[in-house]
Design a protein around this ligand. Structure first.
Ligand SMILES: [Fe+2]
Ligand SMILES: [Fe+2]
Length: 411
């Protein structure tokens, strides 16, 4: 049975009584989605990294429309003067030690994947496994697809660690640097490592996945890398990570709600506990960014505007399973349709950060800073208007699109 893109909502409605998540996702469905980067990366792109092929999908049309709201980027983000950035971060070191590092949890106080999994050393292992498999049978295919996509995203952690490490300031020259920034990078990675580990083991034990296809996708993704547009600029990195950690928390939290609706409370607990880690990480990154806004408001505004013009791309956008050239697009469409992550959520994260960093009230700015401030403050409304316009646009009725995923045996 194929995963039917157009019929999913009906399936969700019939498999659950009445839920706010379902009604919200129905509403959001009309908006279309834009969590994709402006280019779709295809198999041939991976073979020839210099060649970017543009996808001719509705999603791309939407992206082109949003592009009209923005200026052409043309040039890279004006990099703040390295010397002044070094000085700013140096002056923040004792503050970061006192305020950011305590936001990492000591390993002995952290949850570990085994806390949520059947214990293979216990007599009850086989019973626990049977119960796990019975519960996961109730999870609809498209919810499973989103769980797998989320898990694969988490499993590409080596790429994200490499991005942090490639950034001025957060880098770790010796591998055991003692700056609070390097300590944070290693501690953050160590916490994140549990996310993919837990989801991978749980989904493996569910017995519902073609694990070789899942593992192949992870290998392709790590080999392909990640293009988040932050280069070595720590301002861009703090903005990207603040946005992305919040977006990831939303995605896991919404998946937890769906798992709860299906009656898999353990899976809901797993997604929920991962979401709470992501929220804590978001708090840390947005706190660093808040401090940078205090110290260099112009530099941070320009960096924020740059990232929003470029758009915050999801970290796993280069995913490929050896079969589907548009795998990330298809995964994202399912995630949007079932209300896990939508265009409305993207705008919501932006609005949150604008408020969190008091962007509207920043004063004493340079002309560049004011221009960036103006762009950022107007952007949420522009995105909302675009969503409304799309919702009002009559849709051509077409037959339901069927997309299959190798992760679930081409269903
Ligand atoms: Fe994570
Ligand atoms: Fe995260």
């Amino acid at each position: 049975m194929a995963v039917r893109l157009a019929s999913h909502m009906n399936m969700m409605m019939s498999s659950t009584s009445s839920t706010s998540v379902v009604s919200q996702s129905r509403k959001r469905l009309a908006f279309g989605v834009d969590i994709l980067p402006p280019f779709s990366i295809t198999k041939s792109t991976l073979a020839s990294p210099n060649k970017l092929l543009v996808s001719s999908t509705l999603r791309f049309q939407y992206t082109m429309e949003t592009e009209n709201l923005t200026k052409s980027l043309g040039s890279p983000c004006p990099h703040p003067r390295k010397q002044s950035v070094d000085e700013i971060f140096k002056s923040m070191e004792s503050w970061a030690t006192d305020n950011i590092l305590p936001m990492l949890k000591p390993a002995k106080e952290c949850w570990q994947p085994q806390d949520f999994l059947p214990d293979p050393c216990s007599d009850g292992f086989h019973d626990q496994l049977r119960q796990l498999q019975a519960r996961s049978k109730e999870v609809p295919d498209d919810c499973l697809v989103v769980l797998v996509g989320n898990m694969i995203t988490e499993e590409a952690l080596p790429s994200y660690h490499a991005r942090l490490n490639a950034t001025d300031i957060f880098h770790d020259h010796t591998g055991v640097d003692t700056t609070p920034w390097a300590v944070w990078t290693r501690g953050w990675s160590a916490e994140e490592n549990r996310h993919g580990d837990l989801l991978n083991k749980y989904l493996y034990l569910s017995g519902r996945l073609d694990m070789k296809q899942v593992e192949t996708t992870i290998q392709y993704l790590i080999a392909a890398g990640v293009d988040i547009g932050t280069s070595n600029n720590p301002y861009l990195l703090t903005i990207y990570t603040s946005f992305q950690e919040r977006a990831t928390a939303i995605s896991h939290r919404n998946t937890a709600k769906l798992a709860m609706q299906c009656g898999d409370m353990k899976l809901a607990q797993i997604c929920g506990i991962i979401a709470s880690d992501e929220k804590r990480h978001e708090s840390a990154y947005s706190k660093i960014a808040e401090k940078l806004f205090e110290m260099d408001p112009n530099g941070m505004l320009v960096a924020f505007a740059y990232m929003m013009r470029r758009k915050i791309g999801m970290p796993a956008h280069l995913m490929y399973d050896g079969k589907d050239e548009n795998l990330f697009k298809h995964f994202s469409e399912v995630a949007s349709r079932i209300g896990v992550y939508t265009a409305g959520e993207y705008r919501g994260v932006l609005e949150h950060l604008v408020g969190r960093w008091n962007v509207e009230k920043l004063g004493g700015l340079s002309s560049e800073g004011r221009e960036a401030q103006d762009y950022i403050c107007k952007l949420p409304n522009k995105i909302a208007k675009l969503e409304e316009m799309r919702a009002r646009t009559p849709k051509i009725k077409t037959a339901p699109t069927t997309v299959s995923f190798s992760w679930i045996f081409d269903k």
